[in-house]
Design a protein around this ligand. Structure first.
Ligand SMILES: Cc1ncc(COP(=O)(O)O)c(C=O)c1O
Length: 365
């Protein structure tokens, strides 16, 4: 038995998403790039690379990881590049997408050996949470004024537009794309490629994949562009669990179980967005609040139902622990960082990374 806490990536579950992505690419002609901001656990990149076209990034470190560990097509994007990093970014990328006209005009010369693009912001998004809404008022994420973009068109050959967020509703995607066409149609006609970003949950169980493919194909044909998608969450959803062990139980008006992990340290995104973790099947007569072991009073994974009383030493699997989770893990309270294990297609499990005191010590000085 592997010592908890550890993240467990199950390749057979990852494969379900990969096969949907491969089908979509085939049916639509769109290319799919893994968004490393969401998932950068490179131990499974070889496996994923058979089903995807490459990676997209948010920083110098990510673009380098994409180039070195995933290979294939490597897109660079960042909200802002610094002078001292731009040459190295360009050296790792096939294509660079600038966030603003200011960055584009400043660095176009440095990037004249690779394909250049610009991020556009259509001013609407599918997000209902302002923290994650790229179209929030005064958003810094991309240019929106056609008149400003037209004069720099000779410096670029395409655009990136990311305005879907956790969008599992095809009709809403269609509406978003319609908005983009209406707002930026004339610009799109002069482009060679358009990346529609991430945030489209097309690997979800009931998503109408073929209708989505048809819509992408039509968009591609109408504007004469190669379409790209940048799936993060859709690539890895439901593939990974966080395996933890109960360290203590107590009753404080509710049954509490403290586990050898921490939502603050190991599933931070849930805390930021005030969401509960998921435990399956979450049924039975014994309800527990599952709590983390950090000092944060609200370090709570959620309340769940179990078929039997929980005891010290019991193991619990917390579901959906890949996206924006492993990339955000931290050493808060010095809580033991989860190892990373992979379940191969034949069922065997191997640990690919363990963290120890030295990693904690080296994370600061
Ligand atoms: C530009 C861009 N591309 C891709 C993604 C990936 O989004 P998701 O993980 O929701 O698919 C994001 C997420 O914020 C993004 O900002």
């Amino acid at each position: 038995m592997i010592q908890t806490p550890y993240y467990l990536i199950d390749k057979s579950k990852l494969l379900i998403n990969m096969e949907k992505i491969a089908h979509l690419r085939e049916a639509s002609g769109a290319k799919a790039l893994l968004a490393l901001k969401c998932f950068a656990t490179w131990g499974v990149f070889d496996f994923m690379a058979d089903y995807m076209d490459g990676t997209t990034s948010s920083s110098l470190n990510e673009v380098r990881l994409g180039r070195e560990k995933f290979g294939k097509e490597t897109h660079a994007y960042s909200v802002a590049y610094a002078d001292h990093e731009i040459d190295e970014v360009v050296s790792h990328a096939d294509k660079i997408i600038f966030n603003s006209i200011g960055q584009l005009t400043r660095f176009a010369g440095k990037a004249d050996g690779i394909t250049r693009g610009l991020r556009l912001n259509p001013g609407v998004s599918s997000s209902t949470f302002d923290l994650a809404d790229p179209a929030r008022p005064f958003s810094r994420l991309g240019e929106w004024d056609l008149k400003k973009v037209e004069p720099v068109m000779e410096m670029i050959s395409g655009f990136m537009i990311h305005n879907n967020c956790e969008n599992g509703d095809f009709a809403l995607f269609d509406e978003m794309l319609g908005n983009i066409e209406q707002k930026f149609g004339p610009l799109l006609k002069t482009a060679e490629w358009v990346s529609l970003g991430g945030g489209i949950h097309f690997t979800g169980e009931d998503y109408p994949l073929d209708i989505f493919a048809e819509r992408l194909k039509r968009f591609s044909g109408d504007y004469g562009v190669q379409v790209y998608l940048e799936p993060g969450e859709a690539s890895i959803t439901r593939s990974t669990t966080l395996e933890v062990t109960v360290l203590d139980t107590l009753f404080n008006g509710k049954n509490l179980a403290i586990v050898d992990s921490s939502i603050e340290a190991h599933m931070l995104d849930l805390l930021i967005y005030r969401e509960n973790a998921k435990i399956e099947p979450n049924s039975g007569d014994h309800r527990y609040m599952i709590c983390g072991k950090s000092c944060l009073a609200g370090d709570i994974f959620g309340e769940f139902d179990f078929p039997a009383k929980l005891s010290i030493g019991d193991r619990i699997s917390i579901q959906d622990a890949a996206g924006y989770t492993m990339v955000k893990k931290n050493w808060f309270n010095g809580v033991q960082m989860p190892s990373i294990a992979i379940r191969e297609l034949d069922g065997s499990i191997r640990t690919v990374r363990e963290f120890d005191y030295t990693d904690f010590e080296h994370s600061l000085s």
